[in-house]
Write a protein that binds this ligand. Sequence first.
Ligand code: CUA
Length: 363
Amino acid sequence: MKRFFTGSFLAMCFVALALCASTNAHAATDICSTSAVVPTTTAPNGPTILPNIFDPHGPPARMIHNLSWLVLGICGGLFVVVEGMIFYGVIFYRRKKNDKNNADPRQVYGSNPVEIAWTIIPLLIVFVLTLTTVRTIRAVELTEAPKDALQVVVIGHQWWWEFRYMDASVPGGEVVVANELHVPINRPVWLRLESADVIHSWWVPALAGKMDVIPNHTNHTWFTAETEGLYLGQCAEYCGNQHAGMLLRVIASKPADFDAWLQTQVAPTVNDTTVAMGRDIFQEYACSNCHTVKGVSDGQFAPDLTHLMSRQTIASGVAPLDPTTLRAWIENPQALKPGCNMPSLQLDPQELNAVTAYLLTLR
Ligand code: CUA
């Protein structure tokens, strides 16, 4: 009976584990289908790396990946052994047709070798799992920045990401961008995670595990991208009606390319007089209350647009950044991202064209 319960318990554990794994797989598929609306051909260099925990491209993700295989392997082994013994007992020791004796079979109590074996083996397994898990957690959750790390402040907003490069190496002090995080390959990136409103979660599966982004509390996480490419991620904590539209893009490039990108971000705001009408509308209407364009407006509630056109997407990765989509977005943001905090300003077609033309100059 005891053996039956032990077997059932382990079998239940395994079923729970398998369910967990399949839920994650579903989550991954959903993210993939969400990201499918994002054009990925505009990635600067390298492939688009989907949100997949089984495709690690850096140290924390790889350590988590290795640990998950170890846990899956041990649990899978236990499942085969326990289920095998259950089936063996059920098949070979079932009541035979001509068995007239209704009494229980001979009961065996107090077998020292058996008692010792089923105490020692689980203890060893738990010991191995505990040690490897603790070791992985210690390596993944660092308490201070790795040496020479690029330091970036990540601020979660409903429903977009703000990145502030506060590193001493950033020319001119501070670079503020939204939704698309540029990093150099083979250099650790140390992220300070903060939230402007509710709890979000930073998750780029190919680079590192999830880390909560909590209001009034600072968390940290880190990763090192080993290969060039566009890494897709997703807010991983339900944070309101556009949680699914809070996508993440990490663009990892060669150090020289990263430096070149950084130079474009510290460059002064483009001031094109041919689009002055659009800029005036931007300043006079509510746009400037929420968006910063350096030297033009200093709103803090929405993405910094100073170098908008250096990005590939708008609305936190929900739509591609091209003139038609940008115009449609300004006309009615709710059509593209229902529930988002950007209102439609009811601009007439001429004003819409002017504002769109102005934004398109912000390189
Ligand atoms: Cu932010 Cu979910």
